[in-house]
Design a protein around this ligand. Structure first.
Ligand code: AMP
Length: 548
């Protein structure tokens, strides 16, 4: 056997941080204040990161300790992304929109010691901390320390006071690249949330994918608008990939409505942006009534839920092309990305590739299996549960007693995604549905995703979701909860007739309800669990098209 001559070199966050500090003086991180931008250079963010690390060390934070953030996307959060893993501690991003029970469960499970909290959400955290005995310190960011009143045994400081007098250099420890760097709990709609722990190595390798042309192609020349929250699967890897590539970042803080998003785009003219489809449908609706040039966006990354083809068309009209991607908290999260093959240059021929969930990167293996675990062919037709494996895919869930590879979630070393998909011979993956969302009607399957995509294509539908509901004759039938555009007089017979021209007749839903909005999960996806419950509780005024 011949040995390689290559050196070892640990792939760690501190090396990314120092790289960004030294080599990208022109790159910036900006946060929207509601009326303008506050901007720092990567070097200033690096200074802040070192100051935070020095201060945390004095608070007794050491290797492996969990430091949580309960924050919006902003400059301080970016500095914490850099500081906490670099000093050997573990960054734990807490979702701001969890139920109190889930938040308390997660903080106790992770045994968070210090929590950084944005002043605007401090009242929420106030309710949780007294129930989490591991917390010793709270740091209030973007507001005074008294925005959070300390429970017994907890010390509260303001961000500026924490950093005051601290050195802007820190002697980062040499870490094993496999050590824990960050953790994120799944937004799981069933059971307790599950913790995914990323390593320095997994984040580093994943960053290569984010900057790769097969990924998001995040580059030194980019200004990326990071709408996807820093608590949702690490903002899809952009904060770290930006340090690697020297890409500038634009953080929206708490201003996530279409109006401020368009205002910040007008001011800063980002070259790319990333968010779930519900954000983009709001932006698109506003652009219809208040036209604005957004062609400075060379790429709009959309993932987290399936992108309706009509949305891809709409953003093509805006000259801001959508790039569709698939991923999970468990997969760091990139996943597959839908770039058409190089030889397909005609836009109409490229379109069908762009609305798939895309191809997987070299490091991530993907396969589909049947309910007995047999591997199915990649013929673009056969569907089965998607399983993935690779160096930035989780192999277990976090447990203080030892991480757990539950067979319901893992299969021979592969992560079971819970997504049903097809994979084409060229490797393009298409999500059919979540396993639990497929509508089983009279022995046939209806993909709720397919129906949603078609219905969302009606010009008078603002948003819609489809769930399976019990039916005495067919076991299950689809139910549509839809929101129409202002002033629309759309009715069920019209929609049914419109759908009959687009989907097989037996798939056309009978049951419809028109509402004010579709409920969303904590990360902005349609919350089918809530819709199911509300339907079961009789909260919707259901119109049955067959009875009209
Ligand atoms: P989360 O970990 O909360 O981001 O959820 C991951 C799940 O979101 C995946 O298992 C999919 O069900 C869904 N998902 C993510 N991206 C897409 C996409 N592009 N199309 C359809 N579903 C998606």
């Amino acid at each position: 056997m011949i040995q390689s001559t290559m050196q070892e070199g640990a792939l760690t966050i501190s090396s990314l941080l120092e790289h960004s500090r030294k080599f990208f003086p022109e790159a910036t991180v900006s946060t929207w204040t509601g009326s303008g931008l506050r901007t720092e250079s990567f070097s200033e963010i690096g200074d802040n990161a070192a100051q935070v690390a020095n201060a945390l060390a004095k608070l007794g934070i050491g290797i492996g300790d969990r430091v949580a953030t309960f924050m919006w996307n902003n400059n301080e959060h970016q500095a914490l992304y850099a500081a906490i893993p670099s000093m050997g501690a573990v960054l734990h991003t807490l979702n701001l929109r969890l139920s109190p029970e889930q938040a308390v469960f997660i903080m106790n499970h992770a045994e968070d010691k210090v929590v950084f909290v944005d002043a605007s959400v401090a009242p929420l955290l106030q309710n949780y901390v007294p129930q989490v005995p591991s917390v010793t310190d709270v740091v209030v960011v973007n507001g005074p320390a008294d925005a959070f009143s300390a429970p017994e045994g907890v010390t509260v400081r303001a961000w500026d006071d924490l950093l005051e007098g601290e050195s802007t250099e820190y002697d980062w420890p040499e870490l094993d690249e496999h050590a824990a760097a960050a953790m994120c709990y799944t937004s799981g709609t069933t059971g307790d949330p599950k913790g995914v722990v990323y390593s320095h190595r997994s984040i580093y390798l994943h960053s290569f994918q984010v900057i790769s042309t097969a990924g998001m192609a995040l580059a030194n020349s980019d200004l990326a608008l990071v709408i996807v929250p820093m608590f949702h699967a690490m903002s899809w890897g952009m904060p770290y990939a930006a340090m690697m590539a020297g890409a500038s970042l634009l953080h929206p803080d708490r201003f996530l409505q279409p109006e401020p998003l368009l205002a910040m785009m007008k001011e800063a003219r980002p070259t790319m942006a990333a968010a779930v489809p519900t954000i983009w449908s709001g932006v698109a609706a506003l652009l219809e009534s208040h036209p604005q040039d957004i062609s400075h966006l060379r790429s709009v990354t959309v993932g987290g839920s399936a992108v309706p083809p009509s949305m891809v068309r709409k953003f093509d009209e805006f000259n801001a092309p959508i790039v569709h991607a698939w991923g999970m908290t468990e997969t760091s999260p990139l996943g597959s990305v839908a770039h058409p093959p190089a030889d397909v240059t005609d836009p109409e021929e490229a379109f069908p590739f762009r609305i798939t969930q895309g191809r997987f990167p070299a490091a991530v293996a993907a396969r589909i299996v049947d309910s007995d675990g047999n591997v199915l062919p990649n013929d673009g037709v056969t569907s089965g549960e998607l399983e993935v494996s690779g160096p930035w895919i989780t192999g277990s869930y976090y447990s203080p007693e030892g991480n757990v590879s539950d067979p319901s979630k893992f299969h021979d070393g592969w992560l079971r995604t819970g997504d049903v998909s097809t994979i084409s011979p060229q490797g393009y993956m298409t999500i059919v549905d979540r396993t639990k969302d497929i509508i089983k009607t009279g022995g046939e399957w209806i993909s709720s995703v397919d129906l949603e995509n078609v219905i969302a294509g009606h010009p008078e539908i603002l948003e819609c979701t489809v769930i399976g509901v019990p039916d005495p004759k067919w076991d299950e039938r689809p139910f549509v909860l839809a929101v129409t555009t202002e002033g629309s007089t759309l009715d069920v017979p019209t929609m049914r007739a419109w759908l009959e021209e687009r989907v097989p007749r037996w798939q056309v839903p009978e049951r419809w309800s028109f509402g004010e909005e579709v409920p969303k999960t904590s990360v902005g996806k349609f919350d089918k669990k809530k819709v199911r419950q509300a339907y079961a509780d009789g909260l919707y005024e259901v119109i049955n098209g067959l009875e009209l």
